[in-house]
Structures are given as C-alpha cells and as structure tokens.
Design a protein around this ligand. Sequence first.
Ligand code: ZN
Length: 559
Amino acid sequence: MPHLIEAGIPPAPDIDSVARRYRDFEQALDAGTPSAWLPTFREWDALRRELDTWSSLTYLRFTQDTRDERARRALDHRDEVEPTLIGLDIALKRRFVTSGERRQLEQPLGEHVFRLWEADLATFDPAVESDLIVESKLAAEYTQLLAGIAVEFRGETLNLPALGRFASDPDRSVRHAAATARWNALGERAADLDRIFDQLVHVRDGIARKLGFSTFTELGYARMRRVDYDRAMVERYRDMVAAEVVPLAQAIADRAARRHGIGHLALWDEQLLAAAPAPRPLGDARWIMDRTIESFADLDPRLGEFARLMDRNELTDLVARAGKAGGGYCTKLITYGMPFVFTNFNGTKGDITVLMHELGHAFQGYSSRDKPVIDYLSATLESAEVHSMSLEYLSWPFMERFFGDGAQTYREGHLAEAMLFLPYGVAVDHFQHLIYERPNATPAERHVMWQAMERRYLPWRNYGDLERPSQGAFWQSQLHIYRVPFYYIDYTLALCCALQMWAASYEDPAGTMARYVALCARGGEAAFRDLVGSAGLTSPFEAGALSRVVARARDVLGL
Ligand code: ZN
C-alpha cells in the first residue's frame, strides 16, 4: 500500500510567485466589491495550508535525519523565507481586521480569528524588524551555547540531554555526580548566560515600547495570542497553586526523602518520587503501538480507529536512532488531513507518557481537520496542551498492559511529578513578570528574584553542594525563559485542566471521555476559557479549579 505522505524532502515553493499571489489577493480586495472578501479569504487560507504543510514536512524530514545535507539546506531555506511569509500574512490580516466587511465575515468565519489576528498585529511593526532579528539571534546564541556543551561523564562525552538520562539513575551517587557535572558546565558559562539574557531583556523591552506597550509583559501576552485572560487572572491562578498545591508537593518531597532515607530531598532526587524504581515498558515499539491501539479502542471507538489509521499509514517515527533529532513532537500535515508523531523511544517509562501525549495532540489535529480557517486547526498553546496532557491521564486504566506489575509505580510517579511541576511552572511565570517589570535590574538582582520564587513556590528545593543553582541561577537552564517568554504558564494551565479530566474520570469515565472527544473536535475555534468551559471544566482562573484535583491526588497518593 502506498504511503499517505510522500517520502523525501518536499519541494520548496517559489517565493516570488507566492508574493505575486498575495498581490493578487490585495488587488481583489482593492476592487472594493463586498462579495470579493470571502472568496479571497478562502484562496488565501488554502495557500496558507499548502505553505504550512511544506514548512512542517521540511522540519519533519530534517529531524528524521539531521545528517542529511539536503534536509539541512531545505530547513535553512525555510527559516530564511519565514519572515517574508509572516510579513505577507500580517499585511492581509490587517486588511481583514480593519475591513468594513468584518461583521459580515464573522458569520462564516467566527469572531475568534479576528481577535487572534488583532493580537498578531499588535506584535509587529516595520519599526521593530531589526530588533526582532537581534532578539532571534540572541535566542539562537543561547540554544547553541547549551547545545555545544560536552561533558565528560563516566568515560563518555555527553551533551546535556544525554546527561539527563542519569537524573533518574537508581544509584544516588550517580545522580549527584550527573547533577554536579551539569551545573559545573553551566557555571563555566555563567558570564555568557547572564549577558545573553540581559541583552534579551533590553531588546524585548525596547521592542515593546516601540510598539506602544508600557512593558514587555503585555507584548509577551499578545505574542502568545492570549485574547481572553490577562495578568491579573494569571496572578490569581498562581496564588491558588501556592495555596493548594505547594503543601501537597512539599508532602510528596518529604515522603520521598523518607523513602530514600535522607533528611531532605535534593535536586538530584526529584525524579524518583514513587515508592519503587521506575518501571520499563514490557515490549518494543511495535508491541507498544499494538497495546496503544487496543487501549484506545477500549477508551473510545473513535480514538481506536484513529490510532489504527496512524499506524496503517506509517504516520509515526517512534524509536531513537543515530542522526535523528532529540525530543518528541506532533506536527500537522494539513493538506493531507493527518498529523505525524515523532518520538525518541529509549526503553524508559517516558516512552509511554510521550506517546500518549503526542497522540493526544494528533487526535485533536485529526478530529478538527475540517475547520474553515487554518487558525482553528490548532488551538492556542494552553488549550492545545489540554488535548495532549488529558490523554496521558485518561489512558491510566490501561497502564497494566504496558508495565504489568509496574503500572501502579508508573501512575504514582506520573502524578507526583505533576504536583511538583505545577509550582515550578508558576514560579517560572511569576519570575518573568518580575524580570520585565524591572528591565534594568542587574544579573545578580535577577538571581535574587528567582530565589524569592523558590522560597514561595518550591520550599522543598535543596541544591546541596551545587554552587551555581544555590546562587539563584537554576532558571538559566529553562530554555523557554530565554526563547519564548511567558510561554511556560501554558503547560500548567493545561495541566490544571487535564487533571480535572483525570479527577472526573474516576466518577464518570464514559462521560469524561465523551467530553474529551468533543473538546478535540473543536480544535482551536475558540479561546481558552470558552474551550475549557464547553468541556465542563473549571477555568484555572476561577476559584475551585484545583480543589477536586488536589483532593483526588491526596487520596491516590495516600497523603
Ligand atoms: Zn504537547
């Protein structure tokens, strides 16, 4: 049977003819006839779908074989033309947003897309173009600095992700040595890490002011396309995490310390929170995919059919191999109407978590593939992670199929890690608000700000003899802070919603599953609060969003 997706590197579009198409669209709108707007929109939307598919496939092919020179050149070319394509889109978005036909167009297209485009327009002006280039070069410098770190460890030369394997080693002295190696390497680059971030803060503050914002924070929210919540609401959510989740996280850390026979849990113990060592999946990738198809079919027939479709069409690349890029992600190949899941199975429990997660994204992409606007095919990020994280938890009843006797340990570790993650995620967010409030703070003052966040949200945190994090520098290994400011809270907002799904599934498994399937089918047609409300979830900005979750977690963890 032929593959659904064509093999090889997709041919790049000719940018001159793409630009001509955009000029044609503008001319059609210039003609001034009201009837021209909708057909022009549809042609533009179709072109955006083709370009998006080319972009996704180019990225996919490169990550499947980073040693392929042609794939690397294709990706470089994509990155070079991207600003041009964004500029062309911005111009048309402006035409549509400011058009007298907007109210008419909101009938078939919905209001939401216009609000998304308004946010996009607020983030860009030709006056900041050169600053944006500086910003992206600094972000790339950070990535290169981290990627270039090679650590000698136990007779091997390892990069930081490879060293990360030892963070869950059963031998405590190995974990400690790995953490020491990591933070020594980062400590040697302290001056650069401070300088790059200082420059990023200043260039971002400057961009925000040129665009008419009083601080970068508002611009950061607009870049994340947040159209239905603001910083005051996020602040209330952080307070709720501090009040309700931090005490449970502390209890989890204390119990883990007792189990390890130590006084205080150290940073290098934080991945071993369960009663027993982490279980491993009982079979290889083929076996895991077969168990997944069975489990999904038992959860919901639509989900089972979807997993079979992904498998039959070879829309996954699951196992780690030389030359393949690290990490896991799901990409949408829009014109094919199908997603693709990329992971790096290495025989650990994480293989199952990441597969459930990425298939959650994939199921959403597949379920909402017929939405009339490309912007609705994916939701904004805090909503998108609800689809993926929910499936991690909704698949819990089937973990015996993957781990046998180890299933209970898997569930305990998964839940305990989530409870420690929520406070960490809001700490990262709160920290960034402080940073952009005082752009002229010194690097040393920023480290003091982070330490205040640790006292508030991570009271169990213990760096032992690790010098650099003890001085307030832990945040420098969180790439989002450098690369995508204000993104991080999205994971915790989504997790709050996913855990509500999980808590509800104890009382009404079938009803919860139906709400999950319906939520995925909505894709990104609405903003976050609308989407979670329609799924019967309490918005994280409302009191009580975490109460049932924390109560259920205490019950399941026996704390
Ligand atoms: Zn995700």
